[in-house]
Design a protein around this ligand. Structure first.
Ligand SMILES: C[S@@+](CC[C@H](N)C(=O)[O-])C[C@H]1O[C@@H](n2cnc3c(N)ncnc32)[C@H](O)[C@@H]1O
Length: 77
């Protein structure tokens, strides 16, 4: 995992969210454990970092979260 702020720049610097993960590290996992056109599901998606990175890497993405603010942040507008 990153120990600097590299994973929290660009769109990810717009807000803070409890437990937000660095996008560059999440992206590595997505590329390693799935293929293009696969579906990545994050049942605790929070602000949607995993979903955004999945879509950027050519995967489909499904996100679930019980916090309505998380859904608002993660949903494409
Ligand atoms: C650590 S945060 C996830 C942060 C996310 N990885 C990100 O990068 O923004 C954990 C999330 O799990 C959600 N959560 C906790 N219990 C849940 C449950 N039973 N069902 C769905 N979501 C849940 C919380 O609302 C919170 O958004």
């Amino acid at each position: 995992m990153s120990t600097n702020n590299e994973g929290y720049k660009g769109i990810y610097a717009m807000h803070k969210y409890w437990g937000k993960k660095p996008f560059n590290e999440i992206s590595k996992f997505i590329k390693q454990y799935s293929n293009k056109n696969d579906t990545v599901m994050d049942c605790f998606c929070g602000s949607g970092v995993t979903l955004i990175e999945a879509i950027k890497e050519g995967r489909n993405a499904v996100g679930i979260d019980l916090n309505p603010i998380a859904i608002k942040l993660a949903k494409p507008h």
